[in-house]
Design a protein around this ligand. Sequence first.
Ligand code: HEM
Length: 489
Amino acid sequence: LEQPLFTCGRCELRDPTNLKMLAIFAVTFVVALIGAVVYFYSDGSRKRKTSIPGLDPTDAKNGNLAEMGAEGTVHEFLMKLHKTYGSIASFWYGKTFTVSIASPELFKEHMGVFDRPCELFEIFLPLYGKSSVEFTNKAEGKKRRIMYDPAFAHTSLGNYYGTFNELARELVQKLSAIPKDEHVSLMHHCHIVVIKALTRTSFGNYFDSEEIVNTFRQAYNDCWYDMERSLTEGLHVKGSDREKKFNEALEVMYGIVRNVMKERKTNPTAGHQRFIDVLLENELPEDQILSDCISYMVGGFHTSGNLLLWILYFLASNQDCQEKLHQEIKEVLGDGEVDKSNVKDMKYLRQVINEGLRVSVLAPYTARFQDNDSKLGGHVIPGGTPVWHALGVALKDEDLWPEPEKFDPERFSVANFTPRHKMAFQVFGFAGKRVCPGKFFAYAKMAVFVALLCRDLKFNLVEGQNIEQFYGMVTSPKSEIWFHLEKRG
Ligand code: HEM
């Protein structure tokens, strides 16, 4: 047996290059076929552990991974599971009995739970490193969040609006120079602008250099796509060319973070404490600093970059919403910039961002566990059982959101939103004071980018495209989205 790398307080996490479960998870259709055969011939002899309705394992080792593979993605599997069994349902994630919840009432019952089962994000282990906050539970996990959260809290955001506006103006200028009839893919632009926003505000002047940003983005992309590839092909094999490429890219990212650390130590700037300064001033071990810098960057890049792209896509496909938004922005900003006092006057902008978060289902699920037996929805949950929060299933629940696929920012007007259950809209997680630490930061930068882009440009879709969502680690479009842009005014 491989030696455990570390434990999250519930289970031991082993070197994922040797993890059979990851490899199995990666096999989609072949395993689905085997799974279906096993399903039809199995006697379902594994005993149900609780009164929670759900799937029996179709295979002793692989549980219901075959069914997951057959649905294509975890989110689609959870959609089907909850449609069949209701808002609390169970399945087998490999050998692990797992519960999933998907209603505001059940979310509310689970609000106090902090610890996250480490296997949920183990695919990221080679990228984050084992010291990452993502894998840190119990008192140490809570201590870290208390230490780190202020750098991204409301109170710090005022320091970041200047950078966000500058980056938004730069992007508007770049896009305005593109001829009206040219077909433009915006994914690259959206990713670059959010990478710059997070690195410049949270890691300092080292990222002012365009060259460093591009080098970092290339290395980050290589690592990210290797991780995404793991979902369908299994993790890179030791000694393979794929592993070599991943390690080289990882070294570039870690090298840049080490340089940032050196630069901040030798040239500390006065004033606001950035995320990197918090890590350095608390004299944390180097492996923790490196792991957490990478975790926050990875946590913030694809989520925010894809969100910006999805919002522009939804606005381009709903021109009446785009016009309403443009009018509001002109009225509130005129030719000025977004700051923390005028941002709250752009109410429709906030509605557009919320509806963009809901329809895109950016981060479809997370999970928690408790050491001891507990109760949920009237059922007993045995101690140690992972409870998945099917955030995406609740966002697409037609009882909560009629016509759930329709992009309709009016759902978030005060009149329409107030009667809803408070827990119906949970895109950043909700449990145990471990919601996404980048929540307010993400809203602020999205507000600035969408406001300046939609004030100065009109976004149109190239006709004849069929855009579908791929609910991977972060939800992305299955193919490039092509726009053409018109300069306003
Ligand atoms: C645009 C939108 C974003 C969405 C939808 C999103 C969503 C999420 C979700 C659902 C979680 C899991 C929370 C839980 O387990 O309850 C999470 C965790 C996390 N997010 Fe975000 N996120 C976004 C932006 C960001 C940004 C900008 C950053 C960086 C500043 C970030 C950094 C992280 C980190 C580090 C964690 C793990 C925290 C921990 O383990 O305690 N995210 N995010």
